[in-house]
Design a protein around this ligand. Structure first.
Ligand SMILES: [Zn+2]
Length: 150
């Protein structure tokens, strides 16, 4: 997740307020910032998810604000660790995120089994969406981790 910038410097993680069509303010969008050349970009796993979210937002009525971490499981975990964790290196930070994701995935898989057990389709779909936000970018031993809803 914390890749290198084109200039060779390792990115820093930060969170930004994003304005959409001057109507919606989305807070706590994770971004990568280069401390050397100040290049900034939205994390790649956030781009598509954020686009989907923006497209689903109503743009009539008054201006309003959202917190992105309420809509994305991984952003929520990353933000919590970013603001609360005591780790002091990027690698330790990354390891803590991976570990927290694994715990959350296991909890979601337990919930999924419950939902499947009672045959609640809409609950299952909801959990699948959460799992997709987490599993897409969870890498274990160089392999992307996939959940198998069985
Ligand atoms: Zn740079």
């Amino acid at each position: 997740m914390l890749e290198h910038c084109g200039c060779g410097q390792r990115y820093d993680l930060d969170f930004r307020l994003v304005d959409y069509k001057q109507h919606v303010s989305i807070d706590n969008v994770p971004v990568l910032i280069c401390p050397k050349c100040e290049h900034e970009e939205v994390l790649h796993w956030v781009k598509r998810d954020l686009t989907t979210l923006l497209e689903s937002l109503p743009l009539d009525g008054d201006r309003y604000g959202l917190d992105y971490t309420d809509f994305n499981e991984l952003a929520h975990i990353v933000y919590t660790i970013f603001t609360c964790s005591e780790v002091d290196t990027k690698d330790a930070f990354k390891a803590e995120i991976t570990e927290t994701c694994m715990i959350r995935i296991n909890a979601l898989l337990d919930l999924y089994r419950c939902a499947a057990g009672v045959g609640d389709r809409s609950w299952m779909t909801e959990i699948e969406c959460s799992l997709a936000q987490l599993t897409e970018k969870v890498v274990v031993d160089g392999q992307e981790l996939r959940f198998s809803p069985a």
